[in-house]
Ligand binder design. Structure first.
Ligand SMILES: C[S@@+](CC[C@H](N)C(=O)[O-])C[C@H]1O[C@@H](n2cnc3c(N)ncnc32)[C@H](O)[C@@H]1O
Length: 257
């Protein structure tokens, strides 16, 4: 499978420097505390599709023992470098969702954030991923994730978006052009990157990300068939629930049998 984050990884943390990872980690920890049985019993957390490990480091700072895994070797290399720089005990693995059980351990909870499950565009990819998540959890273990809500994507997606970031004399300009496939439920996001050093264009590249959006009943059905009970759904980073929010947070519990 080609690594669509290969070039992107170099600029990932710069592009998302304003993403509130500490607040998101608190939101995740609140869900883990609330739904763990007994309450507050989650100690070990695996972050699947962890990217550069930002949620892992925030959760570790809150006292969790953390590990991360991602399909992209360059993203994992960045997570490992960040771990070394901050003397983190986090362990990182280079496994996809579909092969994550190769990690060979169980965790109290598995998380997958920033709508990473949306990259599982095919039915088989998603069911295989859920089988793997299940093998990584004990009965009663929690799976926390967020995803793009079809109700919002169809009505509110932006066909073209621009993002510009600067660090020192490096500037990154990203143009995202999105097209929806309403039959396959896929948003095809075409990124065009332009990197400038001291105002001079140095490097340009393109990446295409195909991400799936889901409707509520689909998530419920996939979890049900994968041996999970859906125990919470809400607007990501909010207390309330709106059926038209873009990002939906889910907590699922692995069934005992
Ligand atoms: C939007 S990023 C989110 C990264 C991280 N969770 C965060 O919040 O910053 C999506 C991540 O999913 C990873 N990814 C895509 N497909 C994957 C797969 N099949 N298995 C594991 N990781 C995957 C990408 O390499 C990328 O790091």
């Amino acid at each position: 499978m080609p690594d669509i984050f290969a070039d992107y990884s170099e600029f990932y943390d710069l592009l998302y420097e304003d993403k509130p990872y500490p607040d998101e980690a608190r939101f995740i920890a609140d869900l883990l505390n609330r739904y763990a049985d007994p309450a507050g019993s989650v100690r070990t957390v695996l972050d699947l599709a962890c990217g550069t490990g930002r949620h892992c480091f925030e959760l570790e700072a809150m006292g969790y023992q953390v590990a991360g895994s991602d399909i992209s070797a360059p993203m994992i290399a960045r997570a490992q470098a960040a771990a070394a720089a901050r003397a983190s005990q986090a362990t990182f693995y280079n496994h996809s969702f579909q092969e994550a059980a190769k990690i060979g351990k169980r965790f109290d909870a598995v998380i997958s954030m920033f709508s990473a499950i949306d990259y599982l565009t095919g039915h088989h990819d998603l069911t295989t991923a859920l089988e793997n998540v299940s093998q990584l959890l004990p009965p009663g273990g929690l799976f926390v994730f967020d995803y793009w809500n079809g109700n919002a994507v169809i009505n509110n997606y932006s066909p073209v978006r621009e993002l510009r970031k600067r660090r020192g004399n490096l500037e990154v300009h990203r143009t995202s052009t999105t097209r929806l496939d309403l039959v396959e439920q896929i948003a095809e996001v075409n990124f065009q990157f332009r990197c400038l050093v001291a105002g001079q264009s140095e490097h340009e590249f393109r990446e295409q990300h195909r991400v799936r959006y889901f409707f509520f009943r689909e998530i419920e059905t996939y979890l049900e068939l994968g041996g999970f009970d859906l125990i919470h759904r809400g607007t990501f980073m909010a207390e309330d629930f709106s059926p038209t929010s873009w990002n939906i947070a889910v907590v699922a519990r692995k069934r005992a049998t």
